[in-house]
Write a protein that binds this ligand. Structure first.
Ligand SMILES: Nc1ncnc2c1ncn2[C@@H]1O[C@H](COP(=O)(O)OP(=O)(O)OP(=O)(O)O)[C@@H](O)[C@H]1O
Length: 339
């Protein structure tokens, strides 16, 4: 049995079915991200797990115990939100002691635990500060400390970094992951930023319109997307219907399924490449190109189908608009999708 077992979870707001038959298992100490576009149900799923939201169907087992009906206060789950939601009129120390006092933890144990978590989040010298005198990143670290000081079974983080500027955000991503691993605390992290999910997670649960599309390690999700949505959302794959594949390649795709091709697995050349059984060779014309950082993104027309092709930007644009080019790609990089 897994540490967290979520089975057939359903949630609607009036007629709006927000979560549809969600089943997911998570092991102790795992860091799982809920990733997906705005409105797909990430926060609602997190709130249902925390007990802040009721559910319409399904069960949730935590550490072998059915907590589906357990009220939020007694689920022993820590939560951090996008807004730090610290008490502004209390010092950092008092913000941390507050949940422990409610749990009737002795003053001496409180002291020990608070000093320990302040050390973990690197804010020992800020214990007497008020939240208003701390930076956004520091306030979010206090919020994290407050969530872990009660030693919860699970930590739920709802876009905790979205209000934090880009540079600090990178540091906090690494910090949160370090703290999570140090404490070996089972964590579910909501984000709509795929790079953040890729960097931090053991596994990513990709959601779309209230349904799970795929649950995989970051590498697997990137290299082996299972559905059209996963291929388009992660890595900006070329996704071709069987008819489009036939039009571009003059041959039918594997099992007549949708095909996904990663833009950087296609090579461009001006000379026709040598053909062999393991590769596809296509003739095309450059539609446009644009450079972003160290990557050149091309759109290339092949028999009326537009391919996205990415190459490393080596100081100048190699291919001009309207230029005839050859494309080659290994057949094993044409991935058959489930739907
Ligand atoms: N309390 C509520 N009452 C009514 N509808 C709600 C409520 N909370 C969420 N919803 C609806 O549920 C759907 C999913 O919302 P949710 O906030 O879970 O999405 P999300 O994936 O977290 O989006 P975002 O990334 O924008 O935060 C949306 O259509 C939203 O309008």
């Amino acid at each position: 049995m897994s540490y967290m077992e979520i089975s057939n979870l359903e949630k609607s707001f009036d007629k709006n079915e927000v979560l549809k038959n969600i089943s997911l298992t998570i092991e102790q100490g795992e860091f799982v991200s809920l990733l997906g576009p705005s409105g797909c149900g990430k926060s609602t799923l997190l709130r249902c797990l925390s007990g802040l939201e009721t559910i319409d169907g399904g069960t949730f087992l935590l550490d072998g115990k059915d907590v589906t009906e357990t009220p939020a206060q007694t689920r022993n789950i820590g939560m951090v939100f996008q807004q730090y939601s610290l008490f502004p009129n209390m010092t950092v120390w008092d913000n941390l002691s507050f949940p422990l006092t409610i749990q009737k933890i002795s003053k001496s144990e409180q002291k020990e635990r608070i000093e320990e978590v302040l050390k973990i989040v690197g804010l020992t010298d800020k214990k007497k500060a008020y939240p208003g005198n701390l930076s956004g990143g520091q306030q979010q670290r206090v919020a994290l400390a407050r969530a872990i000081v009660s030693r919860p079974k699970v930590l739920l983080l709802d876009e905790p970094l979205s209000a934090i500027d880009a540079r600090l955000r990178k540091n906090l991503q690494i910090e949160i992951r370090r703290i999570q691993q140090e404490l070996n605390i089972t964590t579910i992290f909501v984000t709509h930023d795929q790079d953040e999910a890729m960097l931090m997670s053991d596994r990513i649960c990709l959601l779309n319109e209230g349904k799970i599309e795929q649950v995989s390690t970051p590498i697997e999700l990137y290299t082996k997307p299972k559905t059209r949505f996963a291929a388009s959302f992660i890595g900006h794959y070329n996704v071709l219907s069987p008819d489009e594949f036939l039009q571009a390649f003059h041959t039918a795709p594997t099992d007549n399924k949708m095909t996904a091709i990663r833009p950087e697995t296609i090579q461009i050349s001006t000379e026709k490449p040598e053909e062999n059984d393991l590769t596809h060779t296509l003739h095309g014309r450059i539609i446009n190109n644009r450079s972003v950082g160290n990557t050149l993104h091309y759109h290339i027309d092949v028999n009326g189908i537009t391919f996205k092709v990415d190459t490393l930007f080596r100081s100048f644009a190699l291919y001009k608009n309207d230029q005839d080019v050859w494309l080659s790609l290994e057949k094993r990089n044409c991935l058959a999708l489930e739907d």
